[in-house]
Design a protein around this ligand. Sequence first.
Ligand SMILES: *Cc1c(COP(=O)(O)O)cnc(C)c1O
Length: 378
Amino acid sequence: MIPFNKPPFIGNELNFIQDAINQQKISGDGQYTKQCSKILENMTKSEKILLTTSCTHALEMSALLSDISVGDEVIMPSYTFVSTADAFVLRGAKIIFVDIRPDTMNIDENLIEKAITKQTKAIVPVHYAGVSCEMDKISKIAQSYNLKIIEDAAQGVYSFYKGRALGTIGDFGCFSFHETKNYSMGEGGAILIKDQDKIEQAEIIREKGTNRSKFFRGQIDKYTWVDYGSSYLPSDLNAAYLYAQIQNPDIINNNRLKSWNYYYEQLNELKLDGKIELPYIPQECIHNAHMFYIKAKNLQERTELLSYLNKNGVNAVFHYIPLHSSPAGKKYGKFIGLDMYTTKESERLLRLPMFYGITREQQDIVIKKIKDFYAINN
Ligand SMILES: *Cc1c(COP(=O)(O)O)cnc(C)c1O
């Protein structure tokens, strides 16, 4: 069976983990946590990046730092992971879902303005598959209505929009280093902070409401409880694993892009025949090959194709069930405008095996099985 995903492993992760153990520093904010932040800041030209225990927790921190509270409204696509919404629901916000664009599966920037009310506090663009949302338009709307932008860039680490790294364009950006993402630390993430004035509060929230970060930098001589907070600080053991992978981020990135491009070239024939659709990358976007998906004609054809591939040793999978159709989505959210594409496009989409180190032979099998399916079902 060709797996859908393999956790990224470069080869020297264990050396760094061993080093953290030898240095007797395995809790948070050790040297690997610090070095990872620095590397990520250089990669993205971000003002400030703090590693977190997950992207979910980076989103929760963003909600706290944006002062989201009961009755506020937050606009996002319904086609996303549950955490995008959960982080704001935890603060008592109402989730306002708007439709996606069928070409990128990202929030339709032209529908956002109609969903804004007096209660709206933030927009949460999700960069699906590491391909950027239309951030110029979204930034303009946020500016004119005085809204915060929190980028869910879980899938967009080392992706760019008009030369700017995803996660650095909004007020806050959130990365994921889960094992299903391009770079990993098992479970983990990061928050990117644009506003200098928010950095200290972010450090306090991440450190259980204490000013311990300042204490460690020698800026104060003892630390104390200064505000609300939680424990969003990852272990240095996990950071050591991540460090191995982002020291030279192009190793993973180039490998993934090569595999992504190969799928695209080899499946283009089916696209030209009108059998399937392939991902669309807008000109202003540089993507990170986080995902390779194809679109079948409809739900029925996708179901048949999935079952054919699974029976033939290829672990292809579908993706999000739109949140507005889930029990919690109905309870905490509301879809504004028409669902022209969210449901329809999500039902056609199928993700192919895609991971660091997937071999040509494995990809050739995937490609052949898809072509066989369409030859049989002509
Ligand atoms: C993976 C993912 C998350 C959650 O990331 P964790 O690090 O597992 O919390 C959130 N949003 C999107 C779009 C994701 O793909």
